[in-house]
Ligand binder design. Structure first.
Ligand SMILES: *[C@@H]1O[C@H](CO)[C@@H](O)[C@H](O)[C@H]1NC(C)=O
Ligand SMILES: *[C@@H]1O[C@H](CO)[C@@H](O)[C@H](O)[C@H]1NC(C)=O
Ligand SMILES: *[C@@H]1O[C@H](CO)[C@@H](O)[C@H](O)[C@H]1NC(C)=O
Ligand SMILES: *[C@@H]1O[C@H](CO)[C@@H](O)[C@H](O)[C@H]1NC(C)=O
Ligand SMILES: *[C@@H]1O[C@H](CO)[C@@H](O)[C@H](O)[C@H]1NC(C)=O
Ligand SMILES: *[C@@H]1O[C@H](CO)[C@@H](O)[C@H](O)[C@H]1NC(C)=O
Ligand SMILES: *[C@@H]1O[C@H](CO)[C@@H](O)[C@H](O)[C@H]1NC(C)=O
Ligand SMILES: *[C@@H]1O[C@H](CO)[C@@H](O)[C@H](O)[C@H]1NC(C)=O
Ligand SMILES: *[C@@H]1O[C@H](CO)[C@@H](O)[C@H](O)[C@H]1NC(C)=O
Ligand SMILES: *[C@@H]1O[C@H](CO)[C@@H](O)[C@H](O)[C@H]1NC(C)=O
Ligand SMILES: *[C@@H]1O[C@H](CO)[C@@H](O)[C@H](O)[C@H]1NC(C)=O
Ligand SMILES: *[C@@H]1O[C@H](CO)[C@@H](O)[C@H](O)[C@H]1NC(C)=O
Length: 545
């Protein structure tokens, strides 16, 4: 464990022990079936090391992380380190059939990556089918040894993982949806650190956050839910947001945290209220006419020395369609942009893409009406290949993908107006090619095809700056004038507003890694010319298809 990361640093480590002391952190993730009872119902559940949520991965910035994943279940599996930049370690990113073939039953794979330029909280999760519903956990990246947080040092840290729980087998849920072409059944509960809270007709236990009075706690809050955007609120206590997606933010005070699936936020909690018991509420947010799990989950914040049977202090829970609340939260998020942590927003744009995000239909023999719902970007529904894209690219295997992904939709329409008559989409495994170190602007335009809805969108291998956001159709003349190119928040996941748009910028400095969106399209970043600007060969144990 106490081995220096790279031989070349040994001398430096000797000379500057405080600043260069990266470690190799070893973890074993044994993927097993665990009989789990929640909501008065039991099911065999796929977990890591028998835990739900799974084990926390702790490391410091610059550490090398080695996770040996051993698949003991009868399902294909991969693990994605959500938000880790994976500079030149694309083989360790994890999405199935994109950067690797699945780890098949009985097989192992060692994920090997180094944490560079990130500190805060992220999450890891399975990245195949819906296994991530129960196969997920926190990643805590501490600052380098001797480097302080850019905010008052908290007395204690607590991890808060929000998720969704289905009483049914999640694979059965998604398979049924795929077969029928209908939206999948919504979850039965929202969980906090694995606890569903009180649910009608089942007296299940809720989570308790135990605190001492007069302290400052750093809450590392993760939305590991599959589908639902969530509000997080503690009665009687404001929170000070200091970080999002492992990038520091300008601190701001709020009574409610808002997180899309895959997003993480660090916030300071001061336990400066009267000793007692306070309600914690997890409430979903939905402002579109589609099905979702509308059940609020509750937990409690409990001060030490609270007398027995106290009255719980309640709070006003944000309404489930409180769009202004989400907007206020999102607008408050700004990069810290200090001398030490500058926001490096690309000012010149080499590639400018306009991507419409929509739901459409495709023919489907097994489906109820002969059609199934599909998601598309610029009218292309991404079809996963049967061998991993990155391998196909590295080994030059033809006929797996094409690099002609369209940078604009096939035709312009009133994206947020009435749904067009023809909602058929095209299929394709099409990638968009980016030159190494080129800067990219992507405008993500939500559409009302079938129904408007909010789309959480995640970029693998890169962080991006959210330079603008708005409702309705993006105006290519007026809207860019209002872009924030000074201190926009840096993230890896964003929610594109319902019937609205978001503009992001990033630099394609992660060579040859191709990356995917949640609603799937892929970038192929070409090699650079320097020694550290190309993708190394795959590890020997990379799973085969
Ligand atoms: C992982 O498992 C191997 C084999 O059982 C064992 O030798 C090793 O010590 C374990 N590592 C950790 C970090 O638990
Ligand atoms: C799972 O747990 C339930 C409830 O405790 C029990 O009835 C059932 O037998 C268990 N199943 C297995 C396979 O252990
Ligand atoms: C992890 O990757 C580094 C860099 O390629 C390599 O030096 C190291 O040996 C690898 N570690 C393991 C355990 O595979
Ligand atoms: C989905 O919900 C429907 C209606 O409640 C139910 O009949 C069906 O069994 C559920 N599917 C799964 C896989 O649980
Ligand atoms: C909590 O923060 C809100 C701003 O979001 C502010 O209006 C309110 O006064 C604060 N409440 C307390 C108790 O500080
Ligand atoms: C949740 O949805 C169910 C069924 O659609 C409805 O009966 C119930 O009133 C809703 N609850 C809330 C809190 O909106
Ligand atoms: C199938 O189509 C009919 C007629 O358009 C419609 O009423 C029904 O809701 C559809 N069923 C499903 C499951 O989509
Ligand atoms: C687009 O549709 C919206 C909603 O129906 C409407 O308010 C708006 O005027 C339309 N825009 C144009 C340019 O037609
Ligand atoms: C999507 O592609 C299909 C098939 O080419 C076409 O019929 C449809 O009009 C396109 N829709 C949009 C919104 O581009
Ligand atoms: C798209 O691909 C799916 C399989 O991935 C297939 O079922 C469907 O028929 C295809 N749709 C079109 C329009 O080609
Ligand atoms: C990438 O581009 C930026 C901005 O133009 C430049 O500062 C940097 O040196 C470039 N990096 C490489 C490796 O070319
Ligand atoms: C598991 O992955 C392999 C390799 O891609 C594939 O051949 C096999 O069909 C998959 N098994 C299941 C159950 O999906």
């Amino acid at each position: 464990m106490n081995k220096s990361c790279f031989g070349a640093f040994l001398l430096l480590a000797f000379l500057f022990p405080a600043s260069v002391d990266c470690l190799v952190r070893h973890y074993n993730f044994s993927v097993v079936l665990t009989n789990t009872t929640k909501l008065c119902s039991s099911k065999p559940t796929v977990t890591v090391n028998g835990q739900f949520p799974g084990p926390t991965l702790y490391a410091r910035e610059d550490d090398n992380v080695i996770v040996r994943v051993i698949n003991h279940v009868n399902r294909n599996l991969t693990i994605h380190w959500h938000g880790i930049r994976q500079l030149r370690t694309a083989w360790a990113d994890g999405p199935a059939y994109v950067t690797q073939c699945p780890i098949q039953p009985g097989q192992n794979y060692v994920y090997n990556f180094t944490l560079t330029g990130q500190r805060g909280t992220l999450l890891w999760h399975a990245h195949i089918s819906w296994l991530r519903a129960t196969v997920h956990g926190a990643i805590v990246i501490l600052p380098k040894r001797g480097v302080p947080y850019p905010f008052p040092k908290p007395d204690k840290e607590k991890i808060i993982i929000l998720a969704e729980w289905w009483k049914a087998d999640v694979e059965a849920v998604v398979n049924q949806a795929t077969q029928s072409g209908q939206p999948p059944n919504v979850s039965d509960a929202h969980t906090i650190n694995g606890f569903p809270g009180q649910v009608p007709s089942c007296s299940s236990q809720g989570y308790t956050l135990h605190v001492k009075t007069g302290k400052t706690y750093l809450l590392r809050i993760i939305n590991a839910a599959l589908n639902d955007e969530l509000f997080f609120k503690i009665a009687g206590h404001n929170l000070t947001v200091v970080e999002a997606d492992a990038s520091y933010t300008k601190p701001f005070e709020t009574d409610t945290i808002f997180l899309s699936p895959g997003q993480t936020t660090n916030a300071l909690l001061k336990t400066d209220q009267a000793i007692g018991k306070y309600l914690i509420a997890i409430n979903p947010f939905m402002d579109a006419p589609i099905g979702y799990n509308n059940v609020t989950s509750f937990a409690t914040l409990r001060y030490k020395k609270t007398p027995p049977n106290p009255k719980t202090i309640l709070t006003k829970i944000p309404p489930q369609n409180d769009t202004p609340k989400t907007k206020a939260f999102i607008d408050s998020l700004r990069s810290l942009n200090s001398k030490q942590y500058p926001a490096k927003v690309p000012l010149n744009v080499h590639h400018s893409l306009f991507l419409t995000i929509a739901v459409g239909v495709n023919p489907c023999d097994t489906c109820v009406n002969g059609t199934k719902l599909v998601a598309d970007i610029n009218n292309v529904s991404f079809v996963l290949p049967s061998i991993a894209l990155l391998q196909a690219h590295y080994y030059n295997i033809g006929a797996v993908f094409t690099d002609d992904f369209p940078g604009n939709p096939p035709f312009r329409f009133n994206y947020t107006g009435p749904s067009p008559a023809n909602i058929q989409t095209t299929n394709g495994t099409r990638l968009y090619r980016l030159a190494y170190n080129s800067s990219v602007q992507v405008v993500l335009q939500g559409t009302s095809v079938i129904a408007p809805e909010n789309h959480p969108t995640h970029l693998h291998g890169f962080n991006f700056y959210v330079v603008g956001m708005g409702l309705g159709n993006f105006d290519p003349v007026e809207d860019p004038k209002k872009f924030n190119l000074v201190d926009p928040v840096e993230r890896n996941t964003l929610g594109v507003p319902t019937a609205g748009w978001a503009a992001i910028r990033f630099r394609a400095d992660n060579p040859e890694v191709h990356t995917t969106w949640g609603l799937k399209m892929a970038f192929l970043v070409e090699n650079g010319f320097g020694p550290n600007e190309s993708l190394p060969p795959p590890p020997r144990d990379l799973p085969k298809c």
